[in-house]
Design a protein around this ligand. Sequence first.
Ligand code: AP5
Length: 210
Amino acid sequence: MNMIFLGAPGAGKGTQAEVVCKELNIPAVSTGNMLREAVKNGTDAGLAAKKFMDAGELVPDEVVIGILKDRIAQDDAKNGFILDGFPRTVAQAEALESMGVKIDKVVEIDVSDEAITARMSGRRVCEGCGNSYHIEYKPTKVEGVCDACGAKVVQRIDDKPETVQARLKTYHEKTAPLKDYYQSRGKLVTVQGQNDIAETSKLVLAAIKG
Ligand code: AP5
């Protein structure tokens, strides 16, 4: 099954993708994580992406489409995948279609801007594997250490309050139009993401299986 998780920054796409991947045994493909890795490694894509990411803006379509295409061509994605954070523009969605990628479902996780703004200050991410935590709602077992890989967990540069507001603005302008795009193709299901993580997972899994 090929799925897209759609939603505002901090809606819980990464958190829910982790749950669903374990349940369905398919990989989560996060363009955000791949771009952060590229920045860390100083690759051409990373150099092109950094200034946009730090400002809370979208990285140019051609950069993201290139890395996404390479990733979903890998063996572990043959039986399905979850795209977390891609597509983010109508041009990216069209690129996916022109690659011949069939999308079975688009799950929108709907959270208000107010709830997101409150959530983001507590988010921590793993420097090693990119796993996402929250100091209150999803703490690591050992403070500051990733449960999955043991690397350090840190606050993301783009989780500063002013950058979060810029990311929300970008989301509403550039990414929210994808709701109509996938609705008109009969693919969109919307779940409320304002409950706690476990409750949201139940809604997401029900939406996928329904
Ligand atoms: P990316 O990493 O994709 O950032 P994002 O979409 O802004 O999404 P986040 O990772 O911030 O949030 P999430 O929805 O995964 O939430 P999470 O599960 O972590 O992209 C970063 C940047 O890269 C972009 O700004 C852009 O520059 C660039 N980029 C990436 N893809 C691109 C593309 N396709 N095109 C162009 N540019 C691209 O949850 C958030 C926090 O809340 C966590 O702490 C979590 O523990 C907690 N939480 C989650 N669910 C709940 C809940 N139900 N209750 C309480 N807390 C919760």
